[in-house]
Ligand binder design. Structure first.
Ligand code: SF4
Ligand code: SF4
Length: 375
């Protein structure tokens, strides 16, 4: 392990930029911490911290010298890897036929993501299974994913809605990064413990000013991460959760959630693993040109399950149940992993303050399946 002193942090940006990467990271925007292009370390949200609770997010500038003293905001890295809106192809009229022009989306993009939380690394690994290494490969995702450089930041100060320990995705990154940082910002010192996780990470680290970490410095960072693991804002027992949910498919609590849920789709938009999409065809008025666009969609909209002959999910109850059960039950059958990484975004950004840990616990804790009338 090595140490990068705080005043050398900007070398990370410069080194990555010199290798042709566009550096992306957390940035204050519209009263929250979003993800955006960063020119230098000065663009990071130093001195900021966030406070999160069900249905609540507050950003404070409290003067703390840390650069990463906050957790995840409303945006996730899927914004770059699996863009909210992307043109799949265009078509041009050519006599009585038409010519299809494939889009070049994803080509030439070379992103360095700086400040990726361990739960977000897990979310990217999940999307890799969906789009990259599974049966169906999404070429846009693949083109972008194959060229990214991941700088993870371990979590020493988890948020009020975090539960990464329950789903084993944090607070320390164990894999999936090129470089991983742990920020130590106390009265006496301010530096980053840094470790490489790939040959690409090793190469960047070699070009940065750094020194070997002392055992005391390694122990100090470990104590901070142990403490973070004990201070999760939320928790959820996920042992055998898929079976427990299947056993409680008709539990009365689904009705209780449905009374509060607005079907607004916020939870699916902010979730780093949700990947539902739809396609839209657009033509111009002359009929000479057409385009097919893909955009994020949500299992909370009634149109999403509208098929010839009707709709397979007619109520908010069935839609919320589908979402939660996909995360914790069906995802395991489909991809061999949970679909939730414990980031807490869906809890924070739900206008009704619906808390996935609380709802799942209510449904799985009773042990007694309760049948209601609605299907
Ligand atoms: S379901 Fe909620 S807590 Fe889990 S990954 Fe998605 S947004 Fe995060
Ligand atoms: S659970 Fe909350 S965020 Fe999700 S659709 Fe319902 S009201 Fe919206």
């Amino acid at each position: 392990m090595h140490i990068v002193e705080v005043e050398k942090l900007n070398h990370l940006f410069k080194t990555l930029q010199s290798k042709g990467y566009t550096t992306i990271g957390p940035k204050v925007r519209d009263g929250a911490i979003g993800l955006d292009a960063l020119q230098s370390a000065a663009d990071l949200p130093q001195h900021y911290t966030d406070e999160q609770a069900p249905g609540s997010y507050t950003l404070h500038k409290n003067g703390h010298k840390a650069f990463f003293n906050f957790v995840v905001g409303p945006q996730s890295w899927k914004k770059f890897l699996y863009e909210p809106r992307t043109r799949l192809f265009s078509a041009r009229k050519n006599g009585k036929s038409f010519e299809v022009i494939p889009d070049k989306n994803g080509e030439g993009k070379r992103y360095a993501f700086i400040g990726v939380r361990p739960c977000e690394l897990q979310a990217i690994a999940i999307h890799d299974k969906v789009f990259h290494t599974g049966e169906y490969v999404d070429d846009r995702y693949q083109k972008i994913r194959d060229n990214i450089f991941l700088v993870a930041i371990n979590c020493t100060n988890p948020g009020g809605n975090c539960f990464c320990v329950s789903v084993k995705s944090g607070p320390a990154a164990t894999q999936g990064y090129d470089l991983v940082l742990t920020e130590v910002a106390t009265d006496e010192k301010h530096h980053f413990l840094i470790e490489s996780g790939s040959p690409a990470g090793e190469e960047i680290l070699r070009d940065m000013p750094h020194r070997d970490a002392t055992q005391d410095e390694i122990d100090c960072a470990k104590r901070m991460l142990d403490s973070a693991a004990k201070n999760m804002g939320k928790s959820l027992d996920v042992s055998n959760i898929g079976q427990k949910l299947n056993d409680n498919f008709e539990h009365a609590h689904w009705d209780d959630v449905a009374k509060r849920c607005l079907s607004c789709t916020n939870c699916t938009m902010v979730c780093p693993t949700c990947f539902c999409s739809t396609v839209e065809d657009v033509t111009d008025l002359t009929g000479e040109h057409a385009e097919r666009w893909r955009r994020w969609d949500s299992c909370f909209t009634s149109d999403f399950t509208k098929i010839a002959g009707g709709n397979t999910r007619m109520s908010t109850r069935t839609r919320y149940r589908q979402w939660l059960m996909h995360k914790f039950a069906h995802w395991q059958e489909q991809f061999g992993t949970l679909g939730c990484v414990g980031c807490g975004r869906c809890i924070t950004w739900c206008p009704a303050g619906i808390d996935i840990t609380r709802e799942a616990a209510r449904i799985t804790d009773t042990g007694v399946p309760i049948t209601t009338l609605e299907g």
